[in-house]
Design a protein around this ligand. Sequence first.
Ligand code: AMP
Length: 216
Amino acid sequence: MRLVIMGLPGAGKGTQAALLSEEFGIPHISTGAMFRAAKGAGGPLADKIAQYIDQGELVPDELVLAIVKARLEQEDCRDGFILDGFPRTVSQAEMFDQLLDEMGLKLDAVIDIIISADEAVRRIVERKTCPRCAATYPGGTEKCSVCEVPLAKRDDDDEPTARKRLVVYEEQTWPLVEFYRERGLLLEIHGEGPIDEVFQRILTRIRGLQADEVLG
Ligand code: AMP
């Protein structure tokens, strides 16, 4: 199963991708988490990446493609993956198509989790993240339930940067909805409501795809 998950920052991509990863036994690949790790590692590349992340701007395509290609070539991606946060622009999607072609792979679906911009800002400003495993928790949670360490606020989860990320999303990522709709890959999912309900909506649509495939 090769999936892409998209949606506004705060839509719950990371949370749903982690559940899908467990359900289908495929790795959850978050480009945002990879860039935050690279930023935390220090050095010249870290400084370059920080310039973009800290302003809510997109990291340049060449850097993104290089990091994604290296990750998809790893052994654990053999049976599939779920990409969270990539592609983010039409040019990234075109480069991704080319990369998949070169690797002889095909995407099964693009899940678009839909929430309103107001709900997105509210969730981003309230949420906290585990500094160890990067899991995201809604406001009011103090510790990671897996790592049992205190949660922290992501540097780019303040209100001005969140609003900037929403504008960047609307301008640069929204055109991807049409890009994938035209290719018959788009699954639009209502993303408000309890986490498990959203997950069941996604599973129902994926199972529908699998049934269509069996029936030919
Ligand atoms: P995310 O965790 O997906 O919200 O990503 C956090 C930040 O990482 C973004 O605001 C960008 O600066 C950077 N980033 C993550 N994925 C990409 C991508 N596919 N293209 C460009 N920048 C990205």
